[in-house]
Ligand binder design. Structure first.
Ligand SMILES: CC(C)(COP(=O)(O)OP(=O)(O)OC[C@H]1O[C@@H](n2cnc3c(N)ncnc32)[C@H](O)[C@@H]1OP(=O)(O)O)[C@@H](O)C(=O)NCCC(=O)NCCS
Length: 142
């Protein structure tokens, strides 16, 4: 199992398809590629997708995490986040999760994220969560 970057148009459209299918309220036309996207691949099948968006020298946002319905509950989402954390080149990583999304909340907690504050998002209350990754990341030039 490997987390690989989606670069080709074909790979990116697969990512968009999985994200849109995982978020029934999201219109496919509203999906914007505004991050580096990765695919967790096992036996040539995409088991999870996740985006990383660098916000500053010290902070990266994890977004658009999604696992196709038929593969849920088997650890792929968690694995995708843990692998994505290794790809982040900043000392801290954040994510927002809707307060009613228990599965995702548990997942981020299990991956070491800690809730910091709650606020009103576009589609209800969301929790802002942070994680500290590698100490040396903030020293990298990039
Ligand atoms: C959220 C999502 C990515 C989780 O992916 P997944 O592969 O099913 O999750 P995993 O099997 O890796 O489980 C990871 C953790 O989530 C929690 N979890 C998983 N299934 C759960 C369930 N049914 N109920 C409660 N917690 C659950 C557990 O804490 C689990 O960790 P543990 O097994 O070490 O205790 C997936 O459900 C999904 O794509 N949902 C729709 C899109 C979405 O909500 N994305 C997140 C936006 S922030």
């Amino acid at each position: 199992m490997k987390l690989v970057r989606a670069i080709s148009k074909q790979a990116l459209s697969k990512v968009a398809e999985i994200v849109v299918a995982a978020n029934p309220n999201r219109e496919s036309s509203s999906f914007r590629f505004n991050a580096r996207y990765y695919m967790l691949i096992e036996n040539r099948i995409i088991k999870a997708v996740v985006g990383l968006r660098r916000l500053s020298w010290y902070l990266t946002e994890i977004k658009h995490l999604a696992v196709p319905q038929r593969f849920r509950g088997r650890g792929y989402g968690k694995r995708a986040v843990l692998e994505a954390l290794k790809k982040a080149r900043t000392p801290t990583v954040c994510a927002t999760v809707r307060v009613d999304n228990n599965v995702s909340l548990n997942l981020f907690l299990r991956c070491g994220f800690r809730p910091v504050m709650e606020f009103d998002g576009q589609s209800g209350k969301v929790l802002l969560m942070f994680n500290k990754v590698h100490e040396e990341a903030g020293n990298e030039k990039n």
